[in-house]
Design a protein around this ligand. Sequence first.
Ligand code: F0G
Length: 459
Amino acid sequence: MEFPFAESYKIKMVEPIRKSSKPERETWIKQARYNLFNLRSEQVFIDLLTDSGTGAMSDRQWSAMMLGDESYAGASSYYKMKDAIKDIFGFDFFLPTHQGRAAENVLFSVMVKQANLIPGNAHFDTTKGHIEFRKAFAVDCTIDEASDPTLVHPFKGNVDLEKLESVLRSNPKEIIPFIIVTITCNTAGGQPVSIQNLRDVRALANQYGIPVIFDAARFAENAYFIKIRERGYANKTIREIVQEMFSLADAMTMSSKKDAIVNMGGFIAMRDPELYRQASVYNIMFEGYVTYGGMSGRDMNALAQGLYEGTEFDYLETRIRQVAYLGEKLSGFGISIIQPTGGHAIFVDALKFLPLVAREEFPAQTLAVELYLESGVRGVEMSTLMADRDPVTRENRFPELELVRLAIPRRVYTNNHMDYVATALAKVYERRTSITRGLRIVNEAPILRHFTIELDRYI
Ligand code: F0G
C-alpha cells in the first residue's frame, strides 16, 4: 500500500478567516466597483489574489527576524543576505530593494532607453510597465505552444529561439540592452523554462553580444520542474539546478515575496561591478542606501533564511502538488484550465467558461467577480484589463487567452481549502449559461490599470 501525500511541515500558529453571506458580498463587490483589489481582506474567505508576499514564514524565519541588525550601513543582515545570494545564485554583487518592481525600476533606469527592444518570454505586467514607461518595447518571444491552454508541454515558458533570433538579427545591437527570461513564466501560466532553453538563449545572447537577465521571482519552482521533467536532472538537488540555471545569466531581478517566502522584499544581483556601481546610484535615490535598499534588517534576515527553505525539495514538492491537486479537482468538474498546471497558480480559461460574454465585456473579470459572489474566494483577472491599452493606439489589447488566476499562497491553505475553491467554481460553472453580460469600464489609469480600475455591470 502506498502512503498518501502529506505536507512537509506542521502548523504552529493559525489566523481565523470568516465566511460571509451572498447578500453581504453583493454589497461589498458593488462598493469595490467590481474590482477585487478594492475589497477589504475581511470580506474574503479564501484569498487567491496572489502568491506574492502572502506566504507563511517559518519558525526559523521568525527567529531570524529577532536577530535583525537595523544599522543604516553595513548591517550584519545585509551580509547574511549577500552570503545567501552568493551561495545560492553565485552572484558577487547585489542590491536590496523593497520588492520586485523596485528592482526592475532601478536596473532598468540604468539599462533601458527610449525605443529599446527587450525580448524574452512573456513579460510580467510590472516588467512590461517599467519598459513601456521608458518608451521602450517588450517583445514577447514565448513559444506558440504556450497559447494553447490544453496542449500539454513540459516547458511552456520556453523562449522561441527563432522568434528571439529574428529580433536579434533584424535590429542593431545598440537598441537591445538585454534579453529577459521570466522563470517560471507567470504570464504564460506559471509555466517553467527548461535548462536547455536557458542554455540556448545564452548561446544566442553570446553570439549577438547581449546580456541575459532572469526575472527570478519563482526560480525555485522552475528548478523543481527541471528536476522532475528534464532528462538528466532527476538526481540533482534543487540547489545544484539553481546554480546551473544562474550560471547562464548576467544578472537577476527578484521579487522575494514569492520563492524567498517573505512578506516584503526584493533584490537585483549581478556579476558586473560596473553595472553594480551604476545601479547603486539609482538604488540610493529610489530605494535606500546600498546595504538596506528599502528593507529592514530583520526582513533581510528572513529573506536569507527563506532562500534556503524555498530551495528545499520537500517544501517545493508539497507546494507544487497542492497546486496540481486544485487543478485535478477543477478538471474533474469539466472546467478548462491551462495544462499542465504550473508552479504557483491555476489559470482558468474564461473564454471556455463564459462563452456568452463578449471580450469587450471582460469575461475573465466577470468570472472572477462571479466566483467571489458565489463563495468569497478571491482570484484575479489576467487578461485584457491587465494587458493595458496599446501605448501607441490606446486601444484595448486582447491577449489570446482570457484567464482567471487562482494563486496559491505558500504554506497557508490546506487541501480542504482547495476543495472549497473547486466546489465554488463548479457551482458557477453549473449556471454559466445564465451569465451573458459582463462589465464595462467606468474609470481607469493610463498604465497598470487593473489595480485601480472601476467597473460596472451591464445588467
Ligand atoms: N516578476 C514576476 C514574474 C512577478 O510575478 C512579479 C509580481 C514581479 C516581477 C513584481 O514583483 O510584486 O514584488 O513588485 N507578481 C505578483 C503576482 C504581483 O501577483 O503575480 P513585486
